[in-house]
Design a protein around this ligand. Structure first.
Ligand code: ATP
Length: 220
């Protein structure tokens, strides 16, 4: 039988995937009652310069990171897409794939959430998915925890949508919730800098991912 519980959707550059990402996914699963989480490495990201490793390497590292955890799966749709992968297009695909009734929950760190109004067709996202925002160390707006100070457009879009975790299972899309995660000030850019500088990145990311980086001479 097809799975019906809320499906978490977690996109990112994952360049490389690290324990901040994996803790966010695991804590979101528990706090929000998600049946499963789909990690979606981006292809060519619209918002940032080309990442340090190829889409194929980032996909391979994400697969290594989730191996052995049946609650996490990796989606290659954006990496394999021939053009820029916008989240709204991925959500259209997932909605068609999962049917109109299944709750979808887009997981975002607080920094990514604040940038939402720059995303392609961002106001339409709420038609396809709920959004759950993880507090991220160093990124709370103006040093405060979210919900704090947001841009007026985002504030306006969220005002009627704010909800608590149990509301996510009650409808397929349209709610916004915040959840707390164990603060982990780990970032992919810091990991790349350590590898470039020849210092240790151990214990910031899965061993299998670090082995992959070393074997393939990434971020040098
Ligand atoms: P970079 O340092 O290259 O910008 P990153 O570590 O922020 O990368 P991304 O792949 O850009 O990683 O992030 C994907 C998602 O994960 C975003 O929603 C981001 O907010 C969230 N995220 C990344 N690291 C953390 C962390 N340590 N705690 C909470 N959320 C995180």
């Amino acid at each position: 039988m097809a799975e019906t519980g809320p499906l978490g959707i977690f996109g990112g550059t994952f360049d490389p995937i690290h324990l901040g990402h994996l803790r966010l996914a695991d804590e979101a699963r528990e706090a929000l009652g998600l049946a499963r989480i789909r990690l979606i490495p981006s292809g060519r990201p619209p918002h940032r310069e080309a990442p340090g490793s190829s889409p194929e390497d980032r996909l391979a590292m994400a697969r290594l990171a989730v191996a052995g955890n049946p609650a996490l799966e990796v989606d290659d749709g954006e990496v394999l897409a021939p053009r820029t992968s916008y989240t709204i297009l991925t959500l259209e695909r997932l909605r068609a794939e999962q049917g109109p009734a299944r709750p979808l929950v887009l997981l975002l760190g607080a920094d990514a959430f604040e940038g939402l109004p720059s995303w392609h067709r961002w106001t339409e996202l709420f038609e396809f998915t709920h959004i759950a925002v993880a507090n991220r160390p160093g990124f709370a707006p103006h040093g405060r925890r979210w919900p704090g100070v947001l841009s007026p457009a985002l504030e306006e879009a969220c005002r009627e949508r704010l909800a608590n975790a149990p509301a996510l299972a009650a409808s397929p899309a349209g709610r916004v919730v915040a959840f707390d995660m164990t603060p982990l000030a780990i970032s992919a850019s810091d990991i790349r800098a350590r590898i470039r500088g020849g210092t240790s990145a151990r214990y910031l990311l899965p061993e299998a991912v670090l082995d992959y980086i070393q074997t393939h001479h990434l971020y040098r």
